[in-house]
Design a protein around this ligand. Structure first.
Ligand SMILES: Cc1ncc(COP(=O)(O)O)c(C=O)c1O
Length: 422
């Protein structure tokens, strides 16, 4: 039985709706936030607010907040601080990177020249369109061809044979997600990156839906062929912001659009304008929260504590996803999508209820204090492949560290009532 981890840390869990304690299954859209994260945001704004790089105490404190967030994000990803770029969100960072690649490829057979006609870019059907649109725009603008690797609808996983068939000497970029936000599918990005690097392509990984559930090690991924990876702190208990990891030499070589007087050093040269300092303060607090789940001596390296924290999250979430999957599948009229719990997956399960619009299922569950989400979640091609897009998409339930087995049972009961009322 899973009681949920660190529930006391989350003030939002005290919310009561229609007399029911709220169970938040909307985490794949953005998790709830521990008090320490909100406190760090408020503390920055109330006591340290300034522009960076000036000779005032508050400005120096702001510099320290930025440096602290880079160090924390580096610990989270197994990276070096100079490989961490902050931005508004993953989508903005991906569009920024795509613009730079349209001006000049920083590595590979096309190094130093823009993407051009005859070049090819590979994306996948499993992707959130934030990991499609930037590369589609890049291909369209440069006259390159966008190819889309199919998913296997029976298992909700990547069709590896089709993916491999799309790679060739013209492939310049491969964009793939590590976890699908609609189905929970975890894709072995190292398996995708190896062949991509072999043909000289750059590899971009969307880790937005993966980062809350698994400890990422960009060192291992880089050796496998990954060049860039993005995630978003608001999906792992932090504030709304985006993180882009990239190899420092690639960040140095990128022809990014820049404001000339701004620093041309790595990683600052890849960032645009004033950073969201308060979100960075909160991001550090969120990463420290994840590390705190690992327990032990706070003097131990943060990465070590993060590894233990994620191990606890993983164990709890795997138990929850099996309970969710089995519970929902047993309800007559409910169809679940994506890989079964014995395949690599996150604790995010999408389903439909026969005869009920997903929005109505979510509204009915919300009335019982069970907060879900509905739609295509911008994984629009996934919803299309299952033929549910026109009918309002999926109902999505995502467990987070704070989710309890009791809450999963309430979710299943809410789905059952929806199916009975259909
Ligand atoms: C898998 C995935 N990729 C990308 C995004 C977009 O992230 P952001 O909102 O940080 O731009 C999301 C957001 O839901 C997502 O789930």
């Amino acid at each position: 039985m899973t009681d949920g981890l660190a529930r006391d840390a989350f003030p939002a869990l005290a919310r009561v709706h229609n007399g029911h304690p709220v169970a938040y299954f909307d985490g794949p859209g953005g998790t709830q936030v521990p008090r320490a994260v909100a406190d760090a945001v408020a503390d920055y704004l109330l006591h340290h607010n300034a522009t960076a790089r000036w000779a005032t105490p508050t400005s120096r404190e702001t510099d320290a907040v930025i440096a602290g967030a880079r160090a924390a994000a580096a610990d989270l990803l197994g990276a070096r601080p100079e490989e961490i770029v902050f931005g508004h969100n993953m989508t903005t960072l991906a569009f920024h990177l795509s613009r730079a690649l349209g001006r000049a490829l920083p590595a590979g057979p096309g190094e130093g020249r823009p993407l051009q006609a005859g070049d090819e870019v590979v994306v996948t059907e499993l992707d959130h369109h934030a990991n499609v649109a930037p590369w589609q725009a890049l291909a369209d603008e440069r006259g390159a061809v966008l190819r889309t690797a199919r998913m296997d609808a029976a298992t909700g996983t990547l069709d590896w044979a089709h993916f491999a068939s799309l790679l060739g000497p013209r492939t310049r970029l491969v964009a793939v997600n590590a976890a699908c936000n609609a189905l929970g599918t975890v894709t072995d990005v190292a398996r995708a990156a190896g062949p991509a690097r072999h043909v000289g392509a750059l590899v971009f990984v969307d880790a937005v839906h993966w980062a809350p559930h698994a400890l990422i090690d960009v060192g291992t991924l880089a050796r496998a062929g990954v060049d860039f990876l993005a995630c978003s702190p608001y999906k792992f208990y932090g504030p709304h912001a985006g993180i882009l990891w990239g190899r420092a030499e690639l960040f140095a070589a990128l022809d990014v659009p820049r404001v000339a007087p701004s620093p041309d050093t790595v990683p600052e040269r890849v960032e645009t304008g004033t950073r969201n300092h308060e979100a960075l303060a909160g991001t550090t607090a969120a990463i420290d929260f994840l590390a705190s789940l690992g327990g032990g001596d706070p003097a131990e390296p943060r990465r070590t504590r993060l590894a233990r924290g994620y191990a606890r999250i993983h164990a709890a979430e795997q138990a929850l996803v099996a309970r969710m999957w089995d519970g929902l599948r047993a309800v007559a009229g409910v169809t679940v999508y994506g890989p079964p719990p014995d395949l690599p997956r996150t604790p995010t399960v999408s389903f439909t209820v026969a005869g009920r619009h997903p929005r109505d299922v979510v509204a009915a569950a919300a009335a019982e204090g069970v907060f879900l989400s509905h739609g295509d979640f911008y994984a629009a091609t996934v919803a299309e492949r299952y033929g549910v897009r026109v009918g309002g998409g999926f109902v999505r339930a995502g467990a987070a560290c704070y989710t309890s087995a009791d809450e999963v049972d309430r979710l299943v009961a809410a789905a059952r009532r929806s199916a009975q009322d259909a």
